[in-house]
Design a protein around this ligand. Sequence first.
Ligand code: ZN
Length: 265
Amino acid sequence: MLLPINYIPFLTLLIAASTSVDASLSERVEEYVLATLAENGPCVGRGGAPGVCISTQSCSNGGGTYISNKCPGTPENIKCCVKTACGTGNKGNCRFTSNCDSGKTETGKCPGPTDFKCCMPKGTGYPRPKLPSSSSGCKSVAINGAKKILDAFEGKVKRVDCIRECKDPSSSDHCTGMATDIMVADGGVKTTAGEPIAEWVMHHRKELSLKYVMWGQKIWDARSDKVKPWSQWDYQACTVIPNCKNGDRGSNTRNHWDHVHVSYR
Ligand SMILES: [Zn+2]
């Protein structure tokens, strides 16, 4: 059918209108896609800190701080969120795992998407030591207790010892596999690293089924002592050292300066 000549301008208008609708729709889709990509995407925070574009609420809830105008194309409440201290000892910072050079990350310490994690510095602390095996004679209460301590003090524990052969089985809980030595330094080296572990053990006496804990010439007995800082604990017994002073048994290992002794029940 041939259209009368006076229809042509109308059709032209219609075509123009429909293409402009298409154009604005595709622009809007493109904007939406870009915004979606930008949201949860990387940004650069103050001082060049690695950040992520997320809602200000998620940022604050995750312990981060945010700055404006660093996440172009995103809704008003999406801002560049950074968290420059996170993880064990607050020694890490939050960044995308692809940008974590050490490869050491801690999960659940950063706001934002799951691949925005707490990146810990390289070479801090010890790699996680092996737990004593039950086949060695170490009891499950001791193995489970040591696991809880390792979980709470990642990188702080060098080794865990449990069972020990004894001439007199009543001489130590190690003889029966009911004690762990949480090594926090090389054997014989005095450190302060065990003090927070020893106090943590005291505070978690119930879940650890703790009998007693020893650190730095001192002992805290879960069966009789009130919760108090390590500095106020009683001195350890002298055992085979006659008339020792202040629980001094004569070596850093015997004095529990290189390991925390944990007895379970
Ligand atoms: Zn011990």
